[in-house]
Design a protein around this ligand. Structure first.
Ligand SMILES: Nc1ncnc2c1ncn2[C@@H]1O[C@H](COP(=O)(O)OP(=O)(O)OP(=O)(O)O)[C@@H](O)[C@H]1O
Ligand SMILES: [Mg+2]
Length: 176
């Protein structure tokens, strides 16, 4: 099974993905590193420090891998069996982003989180009944929830049955 873990930067994709990969004894794949190792980078936006990956090539390479947790924004594009979109309340996310990026990039990521960008991308590229949104308030709890959802396939918990836009309010927008 291929599990995609996506979300805005600093929502906790890497810590959570590594944890569930270890518990399930699945291969952990950092999509950016994997793309680089396999020459699957199409372009690099140096200014924005982002890389455009070769989706087609990555999909082909991943076909040969059976069980994996795929960590990264874009993992939702790679025909996963299940997608988890990690979310973080903007007030907390701003603090985490500020430790890692310059103010402009903090704003860009914060706005993406407020506007559900990763969630919308996951919904657009997958059957919505395999997409789950999890507010990652605790790494342990998030890992537990992911394991439970994989085991029990609770479609009623998927985004197909849940409203979104929970962070779009004046309080969040004042952080920008
Ligand atoms: N639930 C949580 N509670 C507290 N801190 C957390 C939680 N999840 C992640 N963190 C912390 O937030 C920071 C960002 O986490 P992480 O690197 O996993 O994010 P990411 O989504 O992989 O970011 P990027 O897309 O930039 O790689 C780390 O310092 C991590 O320890
Ligand atoms: Mg990461």
């Amino acid at each position: 099974m291929k599990i995609a873990v996506t979300g805005t930067s600093c929502t906790g994709k890497t810590v959570v993905s590594k944890k569930i990969a270890e518990i399930l004894d699945y291969r952990y794949i950092d999509i950016g590193e994997f793309a680089e190792e396999h020459n699957a980078i199409l372009e690099e936006d140096v200014e924005r420090k982002t890389k455009i990956v070769d989706e087609k090539k990555l999909k082909k390479l991943l076909k040969n891998i059976e069980n994996a947790v795929i960590d990264g924004h874009y993992s939702e594009l790679l025909s996963p069996d299940t997608v988890f979109v990690l979310r973080c309340p903007p007030q907390i996310l701003k603090e985490r982003l500020s430790k890692k990026f310059h103010p402009e990039k903090v704003k860009e990521n914060l706005l993406a989180e407020i506007l559900d960008s990763c969630l919308i991308s996951a919904a657009k590229h997958n059957d919505n009944t395999i997409v789950f949104e999890i507010e990652n308030n605790s790494v342990d709890k998030t890992a537990k929830t992911i394991l439970m959802l994989i085991k029990n396939k609770k479609v009623e918990e998927s985004i197909a049955f849940k409203p979104t836009r929970k962070y779009l309010n004046d309080e969040s927008l004042d952080l920008l």
